[in-house]
Design a binder for this molecule. Sequence first.
Ligand SMILES: [Zn+2]
Length: 535
Amino acid sequence: MADNKKPFYITTPIYYVNAAPHLGTAYCTILCDVQARFRRAMGQDVKFLTGLDEHGEKVQRAAEDHGKTPQEWCDSLAPAFHDIWNTLEISNDDFIRTTQPRQIRAVQHLWDRMKDAGYIYKDSYDGWYCVHEETYYTETQVSKSDEDHGVVGRHLCPECQRELQRVKEESWFFKLSAFQDRLLKLYDEHPDFVMPAFRMNEVRSFVESGLRDISVSRTSFDWGIPVPFDDKHVTYVWFDALLNYATAVGFGDPDMADEYARRWPAQYHVVGKDIIRFHCVIWPAMLMAIGEALPEHVFAHGFLMVRNEETGQGEKMSKSRGNAIAPQDVIDMLGVEGYRYYFMTDCVPGEDGAISYSRMTQVYNADLANSWGNLVSRSLNMSAKYFDGKTPELPEGWADRANPLKDIADGLVDRYVAAMSVFDYVSAKNAVLELVHAANHYIEDSAPWAVAKDPARADELEQIITNLLEAIRISAHLFAPFMPQTSAEVLRRMSLADEADTTDLIAACQWGGLASGAAVTKGDALFPRLDVKKG
Ligand SMILES: [Zn+2]
């Protein structure tokens, strides 16, 4: 159960400025947004950070190719991220760019602290480097990979199979090897440091296999943050990028000492499973080195795979396979809120998702058009029709009378909160749908259109419609983190617009909150049915 008084700090990775926002970055960002909105509704003091990683050799090269300075190049790319996050209703409270003065100051502060603590030293680096991942590989990793791929006479990146660079240069090193035992102790003492639990094995066995010191500065290019005491060197991109989470809450800024004390450490870093080692090994070791608190959880999500309709197997999205899906394609089909709902409730956040247009159509039609949308539209129509454009004048003691919907609603919020708190959005959604499905059945079972024909049953009709509207009101609150605009619209149609910004979700979801005799707006269909052939 979430502690209401506690600040809640959640971050996405900072995205590489060079790569346009895509389905995967959108997925990770919406994952955090849903959590941030849920926590705000629970009354927590939320900070939600996203941003851009703008340094490194690749950015410098791309800028040169386009005849721009690296900063101009980054500035020309950043708006695409702001635009898509706006469109997708991302409610981040901060947007960090690693070229901002606050990040430069923080990274230089980190260097000084590392030096004082004795965890960096200068040596010469001789090894393999992939510009694509900005990652160093050992001789062993490279020769094993060459063997596995049958490569002769040249060396390809174990990760992306691009040609590797032989790098031989003076470099500052971080003594990562000194943290092996402390990292293993961390994993033992905080088994939920890495989530979901099954990802812990990968992290642990990597650390158990032995940690090497890592090169954390470069001299062969200059698009990076200068090492404060050695200006030939710029900071290795990951050493720079990881610090952004602390920078954004005031690390190294004396004017933000209070904010830093209140906000750090982060509760959740949400990352893709491909960058889990950086976040679960290097980042905590960096913080241990300078004596700062460690983040509480690193939550790793899986990849979005496209389901091949013929084989039923998930495939990686790629241009060459012709199966790539862009965010705008999904927005055009499902609308923004249908998009958010589909990805958050049909893909298990920790696992790889198998997505397809036909599945999108199916989920949208079944859950949203036929179930929730239909429930809202039928119930509001009946209320307007039988009660003169209003909600019923609420019968005395109505909220205490037993009925099938109240029974379901009473146990719902606790289950929902428990699931949402650990990113189990699928279970949370299923809980809300129980209420929605039960309400649709209740319409059939209680047949209000028949009851309405008998003036002697007026009280009964009031109670039926009241129960339906109350179920809708509660479902709107519970769906709000996924579909904020639609949920607010549903509440507005029952004259409950003010409730949409609740910071006490549990109280808001108690049976009995409906407004008596309030104006009802029928409105347009919330989720027009999709033609199945489109899938
Ligand atoms: Zn590579």
